[in-house]
Design a protein around this ligand. Structure first.
Ligand code: MLT
Ligand code: ZN
Length: 492
């Protein structure tokens, strides 16, 4: 299927020599201890192999590295902050030829802030935190908000179409990108650093690089949309009667507060128990234990008092109708921070217990409550002591449905027995409800082969056609996203 341009495989020495000549000796790492953090994924589940890690400092250097690797048949794995949960940013363990990891962290310059056009132009290696700060310094908001914002990079956010806790209001990364510069597998540069909100001149090529997880090109710079900075925010935690009650409360919130509803996060009782145990010094905001809670955040350009009053109105209506069982409104910025900390640390709390079965699904809101009920029943039928860590961005239909081992059972045993059957059940229930088996975490290696069950033949064929058109040798981030193509039947 692939057409190598090179006559014979190159040695590691050849690769190192050539790439050192492009990026300089300090920026071409070759020693095993130096390579380790770049070939090991964030959760330590995927450990790959690399001949070298290169750290280019310009688009020109990325282009030269790609051109050389293309001419010599060398695999390149692009990498940002290496925070993928799907093993998408590290090389394969069983690679047939040596790979090069191309990490963009030295390309970390904010290039321009345009407060008339409301755009931020930056290199791909700028961290999400730094991008948000650059926007804030200019009196604007860059609204993408995810737990790993201190280390994840804008290039990775684009390549994975990152989501997070403010998608309900502002959309995914795809909705926040106006222009992209990307280096193609053969080293050519696609220059699309335009800050236009309207441009109907044919195919929207930048979309090829958003969410394709570095399999079609390496994003080296981008133009992002900036938003007005909210002047007020109001945050509450509410215990709700059920997932269905949570959905109904979201409806109330949208009716009363409209656009101001910025985040609406679900937290199950076991998720709260787990995170409070992990944090140690944070108390539950509720007297009683509840099975389901939601964190609601409103933001706007209005006054803080007005926003608090609106949120109180939503909560009181919920209490009156029985949707809400108890509620607490943050009285200060510190309270709001604590509520968010509880929500954001759920992920790490699971990792600390040996890891859960991560299912990151999305389902239309109209069917999400039924999905949660059915998937919970299916998991508990397999192992009734499972801790149901169910949480996430319910407002946009995204649930992190993460069954966790019973407290007295070793993680290894539980994962060996249930990872496959539980993820299969959860994914197929989400699919049957019109949902997706990967809402925001992407595909990487972890979900690659599952795509063949959930995408149509036409979708898979189109994905491969696009991949082969841009990367006919299959050298860019191989083994990620695309399941092995099914051979065409032989016609006699
Ligand atoms: C989150 O929203 O906390 C993450 O996307 C979930 C995770 O880390 O599994
Ligand atoms: Zn999430």
């Amino acid at each position: 299927m692939t057409t190598p341009l090179h006559a014979s495989p190159v040695s590691t020495d050849d690769i190192v020599q050539a790439l050192t000549a492009i990026v300089g000796p300090q920026a071409c790492l070759t020693q095993a201890p130096d390579l380790k953090p770049f070939v090991t994924d964030y959760r330590g589940l995927y450990v790959g192999q690399a001949a070298a890690v290169v750290l280019p400092n310009s688009t020109q250097q990325v282009s030269q590295v790609m051109a050389w690797c293309h001419a010599h048949g060398v695999v390149v794995v692009p990498q940002g902050g290496n925070t993928s949960l799907m093993g998408g940013a590290v090389p394969e363990a069983q690679a047939s030829s040596p790979a090069v990891v191309l990490n963009l962290r030295r390309m970390n310059q904010v290039l321009a802030v345009d407060t008339v056009n409301d755009t931020l132009t930056l290199q791909a290696g700028v961290t999400l935190n730094a991008a948000r700060s650059a926007a804030e310094d200019a009196g604007r908001l860059f609204p993408l908000r995810i737990g790993s914002e201190g280390s994840c990079q804008i290039g990775g956010n684009i390549s994975t179409n990152a989501g997070g806790t403010a998608v309900l209001r502002y959309g995914n990364m795809r909705d926040l990108v106006l222009g992209v510069e990307a280096v193609l597998p053969d080293g050519r540069i696609y220059s699309g650093l335009r800050g236009l909100r309207k441009d109907n001149t044919g195919y929207d090529l930048k979309q090829l690089f958003i969410g394709s997880e570095g399999t079609l090109g390496i994003v080296t710079a981008a133009v992002l949309k900036l938003m007005p900075q909210p002047t007020a925010s109001s945050v509450a935690l509410a215990a709700v009667a059920s997932p269905a009650a949570a959905v109904a409360l979201l409806g109330e919130a949208k009716k009363t507060a409209g656009q101001a509803v910025t985040a609406f996060e679900l937290i199950s009782g076991p998720a709260l128990d787990l995170v409070l145990g992990y944090l140690g010094n944070v108390k539950s905001p509720f007297e009683a234990r509840h099975d389901w809670m939601v964190l609601i955040e409103l933001t706007s350009g209005a006054s803080a008092e007005g926003l608090d009053a609106t949120l109180m109105q939503v909560l009181e209506a919920g209490l009156d109708s029985g949707l809400v069982l108890d509620a607490t409104l943050a009285q200060s910025g510190a309270d709001a921070q604590t509520f968010w900390r509880i929500r954001e640390e759920i992920s790490d709390a699971q990792t600390r217990t040996g890891g859960s079965i991560k299912c990151d699904v999305s389902v239309p809101l109209s069917r999400i409550a039924a999905f949660i009920d059915e998937a919970t029943a299916a998991v508990l039928a397999l192992e009734p002591q499972t801790r149901m860590i169910v949480y996430g961005h319910m407002g946009d239909g995204n649930v992190h449905f993460n069954p966790l081992r019973p407290a007295d059972r070793p993680a290894k045993d539980y994962l060996a027995a249930f990872y496959e059957p539980i993820s299969r059940q959860v994914d197929s229930l989400a699919h049957a409800a019109g949902g997706s088996i990967s809402a925001e975490h992407g595909v990487g290696v972890a979900k690659r082969d599952d795509l063949s069950h959930y995408k149509s033949d036409v979708e898979l064929a189109l994905m491969w056609q696009i991949k082969n058109a841009l990367d006919p040798q299959g050298l860019l981030n191989p083994g990620k996203v695309l399941p092995a193509p099914v051979a065409a039947p032989v016609v006699a």
